[in-house]
Each structure stands twice: as structure tokens, then as C-alpha cells.
Ligand binder design. Structure first.
Ligand code: MRU
Length: 370
């Protein structure tokens, strides 16, 4: 059933929302169905994306967001765009494919999953060069669906590894939304929390609100509450205090790109949380699918940090503008947490600890073996 365009009022919202997939392909209709995350938690609306422009806008405007979910959307998107071309020769089909791929890839620069998923899709085109165009289109669909299916397994497995790092009753702090809404299921940083919830761990979770776009307040607090998790919302500048109060046993965050030396880019404010955690001797875990480890990026200094419009800081989400007109604004969407602040990087192929370059090498070897 594809009941896009359907709205749910607030009383129905908590039970309804997580029944829906973050990103879904409706091949028959030629569209991608997403939950418009800019409307949460007040309104739950499913929307359809059909054109390249609609897909690009949805990613840029954060209607769909979170590194893995962006990757899945891009994979479905490039498949649908390729399916829609009437090119009957490989050369013209491939030329058009690359043009659309580059366009989608330009929507957001920091989350490597976007280019990772598009590269995977392009590889399918190249590997099937000798086949007919219809065959390539079929293979592209299979690959896009596989990217989504894998994401579910990856998140669940990260959850199992993450759960092994904490104990029942622990206090967990998280930043931004690396939850179900950022992935196909479970989330990355929230996966240990969801698995713990299923197994009666009774975690006490603290969710940073995450200025300026409030992914923690609007999305993490919302989805954890919907799942019955004990979640407390705090402003970003309160994390050091809850740590000092002794309420936090571990921090779990997601990430958008991991460099080979273990530096990780994640939502702006993550590095401050890591610094506070270090001061309070609290383990700081980064949950990262191997698709988020960028073997072409040596250190955090090489990561392109997305800069976003100043309205996100001065007026968005507020009834009226809350900063003086004309004030200068600096609005990076992500920051880099240095590897020496990170206790471990939790992947679907195991837990990596410093020195990271070697640990990631072992993780990738294991991935290739299995
Ligand atoms: O700008 P966003 O909302 O896309 O940022 C999302 C994050 O920073 C997440 O922590 C990250 O993408 C990991 S999602 C599993």
C-alpha cells in the first residue's frame, strides 16, 4: 500500500510513524517514497520523488537525510532516472547516466555514502556494458534494492557490536539523528539502543537537540519515544553537565565520513561532545558502516565540510527571526572529531580501535573474506 500524501494527526503519530520505511522504491509508479523529515514531529507526510530535481532537492533540503538514507535514495534515484531514459545505445545511455549521477552527487558533499552508492550503481553499468539496455536497467534495480537490504543488516550488526559495549541500565548520550530515520532500519548509533530495548536493557538515553536543524529534538527524541525508550531531550550545551552528573556511561554517535586515520566527520557539535566525554572518562563510540569509511581520505583535514545557508541559524524553525539583520553567520553542517577522542569505531565487521589505519585494514579484509 502506498498511501503517500496521507497525513496523520499528532495523536496517531507515535504509533504510525515508525511503521513506515524511511526510503522506499515504488518501481511501478516510477517514484521514491520518503517520509518528509522536515515536517516531523508535527506532521507525518509521505512524499514521492520522481524527477532528478525533486530527488536533489529532497536530499539538499534534508527531507531525507542521514548518510545511509541519502545513499539509498540516490541509488533508487539514479535507477529511476536511468530507467526513464530512451537511449538505445550503451554510449548514450552511459553518458546520460554519468550526467545524472554527477548531478545527484552534488546535493551534499560530506556524507560519503552518497557518492559510494552512486559509484556502486555506475559500476553495475560498466560491468554490464555488453548486455542490452533493458538488462542494465534490471541490474541497476537489483543493485539499488541490495544497497537498501544490506543497510538493514549492517545497522542491526552494528547494533549487536554496540550492545556488547554497554550494560543494562546504562545512560547513553547521542547527538543528531543516526536513527532509523537516517537509515533503512535501526539506525547506527541508535541500533544498540533499539536492540537493548528489545532485550530489556532499560537504557536511559539523552538526546542532544542538535542546533541548528534540531535533528536530535525533532527526530531522535521522536523516534526513541515512539519506540518506548526512556529518552530525555537536552540542549547541546548541556551534555557536559549531564556527564558531570554521572548520568552518562557511553556516547554513541553516527558519522558521515571516516578518514583512514580514524578522524570522523559527523553533525556539527559532535567534536564538542567527544571533548567533554574525554574530560569525564566516558567512552565515545562512533558507529560507522564500512560504506562510511572513505579509503580515499587520509585524515579529517581532507574532508569537505558542507556549509549551509545562514537562515538555518538565524530564522529557520523560529516563529520570527532571532538574530539581528545583517549579522555574519558561520554555519558548517559537520565537524571533525579527532581520532584520539574516539574510543572505538563500531562497524558491521567488528569494533575498530586505534591505530585505526591498521584496524580498518583488518575490517576490510574480513569484509572481503565473508
Ligand atoms: O545533516 P544530516 O541530518 O544529514 O546529518 C546526519 C548526521 O550527522 C548523522 O549522524 C550521520 O549522517 C549518520 S546517520 C546514520
Amino acid at each position: 500500500m502506498k498511501d503517500d500524501g496521507q497525513f496523520f494527526d499528532k495523536s496517531m503519530l507515535f504509533n504510525k510513524s515508525m511503521e513506515y520505511e524511511t526510503v522506499e522504491l515504488d518501481d511501478e509508479d516510477g517514484s521514491i517514497i520518503i517520509i518528509d523529515q522536515t515536517l516531523l514531529p508535527g506532521k507525518m507526510e509521505l512524499i514521492r520523488l520522481r524527477t532528478a530535481q525533486e530527488i536533489w532537492d529532497a536530499i539538499y533540503l534534508l527531507r531525507v537525510r542521514g548518510a545511509p538514507a541519502i545513499g539509498v535514495t540516490a541509488a533508487f534515484g539514479i535507477y529511476l532516472l536511468a530507467k526513464g531514459t530512451d537511449a538505445d545505445h550503451y554510449e548514450s545511455f552511459y553518458r546520460e547516466f554519468v550526467k545524472q549521477k554527477d548531478y545527484l552527487n552534488s546535493a551534499r558533499p560530506t556524507a560519503v555514502n552518497l557518492s559510494w552508492a552512486l559509484e556502486r550503481m555506475e559500476k553495475v553499468c560498466r560491468e554490464n556494458k555488453g548486455c542490452g539496455i533493458d538488462e542494465i536497467k534490471r541490474a541497476l534495480k537489483q543493485e539499488a534494492l541490495a544497497i537498501k537490504e544490506e543497510d538493514i543488516w549492517v545497522c542491526k550488526t552494528i547494533g549487536e557490536y554496540g550492545l556488547s559495549l554497554v550494560k543494562p541500565g546504562d545512560g547513553i548520550l547521542t547527538h543528531c539523528n543516526a536513527g532509523q530515520l537516517a537509515t533503512s532500519k535501526y539506525g547506527t548509533a541508535t541500533a544498540p539502543i533499539y536492540l537493548g530495548q528489545e532485550r530489556g536493557y532499560h537504557f536511559r538515553v539523552f538526546a542532544d537537540e542538535t542546533r541548528p536543524l534540531l535533528q536530535g529534538a525533532r527526530l531522535t527524541a521522536y523516534e526513541l519515544q515512539a519506540a518506548g525508550v526512556d529518552v530525555t531531550l537536552i540542549c547541546d550545551n548541556m551534555s557536559a553537565m549531564v556527564m558531570k552528573n554521572g548520568w552518562i556511561n557511553a556516547v554513541f554517535v553516527g558519522c558521515d565520513r571516516v578518514a583512514l586515520n580514524g578522524d570522523t566527520a559527523n553533525k556539527i557539535g559532535t567534536s564538542l561532545v567527544a571533548i567533554a566525554a574525554k574530560r569525564h572518562n566516558i567512552p565515545f563510540y562512533v558507529c560507522a558502516p564500512t560504506s562510511t569509511i572513505d579509503r580515499n581520505t587520509k585524515t579529517g583535514g581532507d574532508i569537505h565540510i558542507e556549509q549551509r545557508p545562514e537562515e538555518e541559524v538565524t530564522s529557520m524553525w523560529y516563529k520570527e527571526r532571532m538574530a539581528p539583520e545583517g549579522v555574519k553567520v558561520y554555519n558548517p553542517a559537520f565537524d571533525v572529531t579527532d581520532h584520539d577522542l574516539i574510543t572505538a569505531v563500531v562497524t558491521e565487521y567488528g569494533i575498530a580501535r586505534a591505530p585505526y589505519e591498521r584496524a580498518f585494514q583488518e575490517i576490510f579484509e574480513k569484509k572481503e573474506r565473508e
